[in-house]
Design a protein around this ligand. Sequence first.
Ligand code: HEM
Length: 62
Amino acid sequence: MIGPAFKAVAERYAKDETALKTLSEKVVKGSGGNWGPTPMPPQASVSSEDAETLVKWILSQQ
Ligand code: HEM
């Protein structure tokens, strides 16, 4: 198991109105240092539209 639980992500960003945009960019470009030492690799084959759809779904996990 690598990366934070989607529910934990949804809880952390519940009140963050910029989360959809910032997290979608992180899914495409990669991310690190927010949950622990392991970075998330870039998902270059995911379009920004698809990333937004995925992040909307992740943020709906309460
Ligand atoms: C399209 C597929 C994926 C989606 C939609 C996704 C989504 C996310 C989101 C929303 C976060 C939270 C970022 C933050 O709070 O700044 C995250 C973090 C993370 N993900 Fe992913 N992820 C994907 C694929 C992967 C893959 C393939 C891996 C590992 C091989 C991975 C490993 C991680 C790790 C280690 C973190 C924590 C990074 C940090 O500390 O900033 N993810 N992911």
